[in-house]
Design a protein around this ligand. Structure first.
Ligand code: NDP
Length: 314
């Protein structure tokens, strides 16, 4: 496993990190979740991701419990705040009240004393940015949070937050968590250039497009039993389009020529971007991780990169 600096910070994270959305505490039984986290850790993954809102705190509990047997200094744990955690008017968003309460609630569920990276899961138009940044800065000063990040904020929102933090001498955003994969490339236009300018690193989620880029879903064929698309509470129809599935089929020959599986090709392609600190994958079983982690350190040939670009832009 190779490690990269997270933006301009001194923090090193594994090029491949493991998340827990939908899976841990959710449709993946606990034994499989724990074995996947163990395999990740033993393979050199030092970066784990969760959120308060994933199965209303259940994912945090599973991840925290699985990691409790390892020294706290040996891994980087990220969680998030924003989503709905109850029915009350203050049970969501980025108000000072909700951030402070949710940080404590996350620490309790995780069974940890601090969170390495605390993300604002989305932008909250109803809270003044200064209120949010002040609350996060206080958490950093209290030692409950080490680094602050955002997820799915626009380039304008990121820029405004950086300028405001600098002006008010508050802790700065150092990491952004956007969706990025061969099938979702919007961050290349504005987010990456703006992030590079401000020393912000990307930790990109769903780099396998929720499994579509592994080639397991085929046009006209039944959805594989037990897969994410087969779960009752998931909707992948926006990704499982004929156009996307055709692209994945075309990518097979590129993967073959590089002696990689499709999943490894998809991750190696993500990691060609120097601004990406880590590709944040999900895994329902340890064997899936065994396959994807082999993409760390792989450098794709210029021929492969050209062919991939042709396939993706046609
Ligand atoms: P991926 O694109 O990596 O999809 C993961 C899923 O793909 C797995 O659960 C599995 O699904 C399938 N898969 C993975 N590897 C293989 C393999 N080798 N062979 C076959 N199938 C495979 O990422 P996710 O969509 O899970 O997102 C990763 C993480 O990013 C989340 O856990 C979460 O922490 C974070 N995230 C953050 C968001 C945000 O708003 N900030 C939004 C979404 C995710 P299965 O076997 O069940 O079909």
């Amino acid at each position: 496993m190779q490690y990269r600096r997270l933006g301009n910070t001194g923090l090193k994270v594994s090029e491949i990190s493991l998340g827990s959305w939908l899976t841990y505490g959710g449709y993946v039984e606990e034994q499989n979740a724990v074995s996947s986290i163990d395999l990740a850790y033993e393979s050199g993954i030092n970066f784990f991701d969760t959120a308060n809102v994933y199965i209303r705190g259940e994912a945090e509990k599973v991840v925290g419990k699985a990691l409790s047997k390892y020294p706290r200094s040996s891994y980087v744990l990220a969680t998030k705040v924003f989503g709905n955690m109850g029915d009350g008017p203050n049970d969501q968003g980025l108000s000072r009240k909700h951030i402070m309460e949710q940080c404590d609630a996350s620490l309790k569920r995780l069974g940890m004393d601090y969170i390495d990276i605390y993300y604002c899961h989305r932008y909250h138009a109803e809270t003044p940015l200064h209120e949010t940044l002040r609350a996060l800065d206080d958490l950093v000063r209290q030692g409950k949070v080490l680094y602050v990040g955002v997820s799915e904020w626009t380039a304008e929102q990121i820029t405004e937050a950086v300028h405001l933090a600098d002006k008010k001498l508050l802790d700065r955003i150092v990491v952004n968590q956007p969706n990025y994969s061969m099938l979702q490339r919007y961050i290349e236009k504005e987010i990456i250039p703006v992030s590079e300018k401000h020393g912000i690193g990307q930790v990109v989620f769903s780099p396998l497009a929720q499994g579509v880029l592994t080639g397991k879903y085929k046009n006209g064929a039944n959805v594989p039993e037990g897969s994410r698309a087969a779960q009752a509470n998931t909707n992948m129809s926006h990704i499982l389009t004929e156009e996307n599935l055709d692209k994945v089929e075309q990518l097979r020959s590129v993967a073959y020529a590089e002696d990689l599986t499709l999943a490894q090709l998809a991750i190696a392609w993500i990691l060609r971007q120097p601004n990406v600190a880590s590709a944040l994958v999900g895994a329902s079983r340890p064997e899936q991780l065994q396959e994807t982690i082999k993409a760390s350190g792989v450098k794709l040939s210029s021929d492969a990169l050209e062919k991939i670009n042709e396939i993706l832009t046609n």
